[in-house]
Design a protein around this ligand. Sequence first.
Ligand SMILES: [Mn+2]
Length: 196
Amino acid sequence: MRTATINRTTAETDIALRLSLDGLGAQQIDTGVGFLDHMLNLFAAHGRFDLSVTCKGDTNVDDHHSVEDVGIALGMAIKTALGEKRGVRRYGSMLLPMDEALVLCALDLSGRACLRYGLEIPTEKVGTFDTELVEEFFNALCREAGLTLHLRQLDGANSHHIIEAAFKAFGRALREAVSIDPAAADAVPSTKGVLV
Ligand SMILES: [Mn+2]
C-alpha cells in the first residue's frame, strides 16, 4: 500500500494528514474551512484515495494559511506515497463536465513543479471562501509534490461548479497517473531512469 502520514505544525496551522493512493475513497476531513472540506471530499472520492486530514489554523485571520498549508501537506503526502514512482502510468488527464462548467486537467508526475492555472472564476467568493485561494492551494500542492499540472477552463459560469469540476478532474487525473501499468513491470517510466 502506497501511503504517507504528514504532520506539519507552524505558527499558523497544525495539520495531520494521512493519504493512501491505493484506497477506496474513505475519508475523514476537517480542515476548519468548509468549502475546502467539500473539495477534498470530491478529490478523494473521485480519485478513490483514502484521505484523512485535520487542520487547526488561524481562520480568525482568514482561510489563506489553512488552504495553502493543506495544499503543502497533501503535496508532501503524494510525493512520499509515490516513492520512486516505479510502475506508475505517470500521466493522467480528465475533461470533466459539472453542469455548465467544463474543466480539463492534465498532469505529469514529473518531479518538476509547474502549475499552469487556467481557471477564470467569476466571483471573488463562494460563500465565505475566497476563490483566489484555489490557485494558492494548487500552487502549494504542485510545488511540494513535484507535479506538472495544467488546469484549463473550457466553459463555466457558476464559481462553485467551476471549482468543483477542477477538484474532481484533478482527482480523476491523479488516479490515472498514479495507477500501476502492468506493462511497465517495475520500471520508472522515464528515459532518464528517474522521476525526481
Ligand atoms: Mn458542490
